[in-house]
Design a protein around this ligand. Structure first.
Ligand code: HEC
Ligand code: HEC
Length: 256
């Protein structure tokens, strides 16, 4: 199914002259580029051009993702868009998927990548499906939610882009005790953190000696991973699209 589509994609190039593309590009810049990147190659949202789509490849699948959003993810519903606007957006996206679009090639081996994940203690902070820790973001659907280049940066340079809800906070109480965690809640008088031990800690701000917001990620930078291990790890993460942990590896094997 995916393979057939790849053969058909160059056909979409004929639409390049269509006026709708320019309108689609403008709508995309205004509404979508913030998350998907100017040329839809991905950013905080996934690559929409050269990677396999997780919510369907047909024009009507795309329109459905746009109009209804993807519930439970940051992808908002653009319910105000009419049929014309949806057509233009899809034409614009198709115009990018011609032969010129660089393909994201994953050279790594997803199965070996799962071992890299286990050996490096990722599960001590992350959850996939039902296993692991809830200290850091849930990675169950990370392959559907982020482009590979973003994932690479997340591992090697985690401080480069931290979503506000994952910023770390360190407090020192009046007795000198230091606690670091992810902020769960904060108001004028109190602060709640989730610590790495997955415990909740509540503080009255009056009782704190210092309260500092970290610019550095709470995730260690894995700069020293061997390049082959990193490639394998990325191949593994790319398979994570919401299925149960053991069925997804199969998916990438058929995709490669
Ligand atoms: C606030 C960030 C954000 C904005 C703005 C946004 N998206 Fe998304 N979009 C996402 C995320 C994140 C996903 C991945 C959802 C998931 O986890 O499956 C996504 C998924 C999609 C998908 C489905 C991809 C797939 O794999 O099937 C399409 C199509 C899409 N977006 C198109 C658009 C278009 C077109 C716009 C503008 C009209 C837009 N998005 C605006 C964040 C955003
Ligand atoms: C000490 C806890 C900790 C460990 C260990 C850890 N992470 Fe993280 N990770 C985090 C936190 C906290 C964040 C959110 C802040 C950020 O984006 O840097 C994060 C973010 C991420 C993201 C980005 C998620 C998103 O939604 O964009 C990915 C991908 C990721 N980690 C993968 C890994 C992998 C793979 C490993 C093992 C090689 C790992 N992490 C080890 C704590 C950890």
């Amino acid at each position: 199914m995916r393979i057939t589509l790849l053969f058909l994609l160059p056909l979409a190039v004929y639409a390049q002259s269509d006026a709708g593309i320019a309108q689609g590009r403008a709508a995309f810049r205004g509404n979508c580029a913030f998350c998907h990147g100017l040329n839809a190659q991905g950013g905080r949202g996934p690559n929409l051009v050269s990677a396999p789509l997780h919510h369907g490849d047909t024009d009507s699948d795309l329109k459905n993702s746009i109009k209804n959003g993807i519930p439970g993810t940051p992808m908002p519903a653009f319910s105000g868009f009419g049929d014309d606007e949806l057509d233009h957006l899809v034409k614009f996206l198709r115009s990018l998927s011609g032969a010129a679009a660089p393909k994201t090639t994953l050279s790594g081996d997803a199965k070996a990548g799962r071992d890299v994940y286990e050996k490096n203690g990722c599960a001590g902070c992350h959850r996939i499906g039902l296993s692991g820790s809830v200290f850091g973001p849930d990675l169950t659907r990370i392959g559907a939610a982020r482009p590979v280049e973003y994932l690479r940066e997340s591992i090697v340079k985690p401080s480069a882009d931290i979503a506000p809800e994952w910023e770390g906070v360190t407090v020192v109480d009046n007795a000198g005790k230091r606690t670091t965690g992810v902020r769960i809640n904060e108001d004028t008088f109190t602060l709640q953190l989730r610590t790495m031990a997955q415990k909740f800690a509540s503080f009255s701000k009056q009782e704190l000696r210092t309260l500092s917001y970290e610019k550095k990620s709470l995730m260690p930078a894995y700069e020293k991973l061997a390049p082959a291990d990193l490639d394998n790890l990325l191949a593994y993460l790319a398979t994570l699209a919401g299925g149960a942990g053991n069925t997804v590896v199969k998916e990438v094997e058929t995709r490669r």
